[in-house]
Design a protein around this ligand. Structure first.
Ligand SMILES: [Zn+2]
Length: 336
């Protein structure tokens, strides 16, 4: 009954399936919840089910084969995908209006407006999936809004995001919000094991991932692990130049430098919240580092100032072009 490669979210998927069969999905949906828990996969399953010859997203028939593989096309018979592109990682206005046409490449997908104007496929819904919808900028968001308000018959938008607060309020208010919870830790770990993860890493992988699959890739996980340790070293008083290496953006990365700071900054917020927990006798969420946290909790470090510094830095991230001074400032707030 379900696509075999999706983990968890049974209740939401069941409810969406029933509503689809009863024709009770109207307008546009906004899937929210932590990064890396499978929201996009559930959205794809909705479209896949209707193309599936067995109407189950069986994963085996010719219809389902269209949805197989990691590099899914941008256009399928009943689906248009809009994804952020380029180093800036934004969804640009011409992606909505005219389709993808960056770097003078030939267009390989139509824009939302052109696609949505076509006649609906026979007997099934058409889906417009906006991945990482928080990466719409103000102008692309506003253009999208017009189509969102009056989508053509049987056409539905699914906007997927882990940062709904970064969406235009006007977009949020026109969508029905479907909140997703993290996976159970054992569900996430079962996927990790299938991907070759060993028990040795279980505690730290689960603590960092919090029921998501965003650390399935080992290099990504090791980096997060090193970032936690770098912040702890800085809080213990190690010099910035010695300890901050893993916090710095990678120059060769496909992602913008400022955006690469989001993860270490969010990890620092968790560490600070954990320190407050330890001080009141609670268990830290980053339990594998409880010994280091226990030591830091006995120091007279103020938590308010660094928390404010991190929140401030996160607010300025999208516009920040020089990550190093920003990191230094946050690091400084830890020891002053
Ligand atoms: Zn199928």
């Amino acid at each position: 009954m379900y696509s075999p490669d999706i983990v968890g979210h049974q209740a939401i998927r069941q409810r969406l399936l029933e509503r689809l069969q009863e024709g009770r999905i109207r307008g546009s949906l906004l899937f929210t919840g932590p990064d890396g828990i499978g929201k996009r996969r559930v959205a794809l399953e909705m479209a896949q089910r209707e193309i599936c010859f067995r109407k189950t997203a069986c994963g085996l028939c010719e219809g389902c084969q269209l949805f197989a593989g990691d590099d899914l096309p941008f256009e399928l018979p009943n689906l248009l995908r809009i994804t952020p592109e380029g180093k800036s990682g934004v969804i640009r206005i011409d992606q909505i209006r005219e389709g993808l046409d960056s770097n003078n490449q030939p267009r390989f997908s139509r824009g939302v407006i052109e696609w949505a104007a076509l006649a609906p496929a026979m007997g099934c819904h058409r889906w417009i999936l906006v991945e990482e919808a928080h990466r719409l900028n103000e102008s692309s968001g506003n253009i999208l809004l017009k189509t969102l308000e009056e989508p053509p018959p049987d056409t539905h938008f699914i906007l997927v995001t882990h940062r709904p607060e970064a969406l235009l309020q006007t977009i949020r208010s026109r969508c029905e919000r479907i909140p997703f919870a993290p996976l159970a830790l054992r569900e996430a770990w079962a996927v990790a094991q299938r991907n070759g993860w060993k028990d040795l890493d279980h505690d730290r992988w689960s603590a960092l991932g919090e029921g998501s699959l965003r650390f399935l890739d080992e290099a990504v996980f090791r980096r997060a692990e090193a970032q936690v340790e770098a912040w702890i070293a800085l809080m213990e008083g190690r010099p910035f130049g010695e300890a901050a290496g893993p916090l710095q953006p990678e120059k060769e990365s496909a992602r913008a430098q400022g955006e690469q700071l989001r993860q270490p900054l969010e990890l620092l917020l968790r560490l600070l919240a954990d320190l407050a927990r330890v001080r009141t006798g609670e268990t830290p969420t980053l339990a594998p580092w409880r010994e280091e946290l226990g030591f830091l909790a006995t120091q007279s470090m103020d938590l308010k100032a660094p928390q404010e510094a991190v929140l401030q830095a996160l607010r300025h991230l999208p516009r920040n072009l020089s990550p190093e001074p920003l990191l230094r400032e946050v690091a400084l707030s830890l020891v002053s």
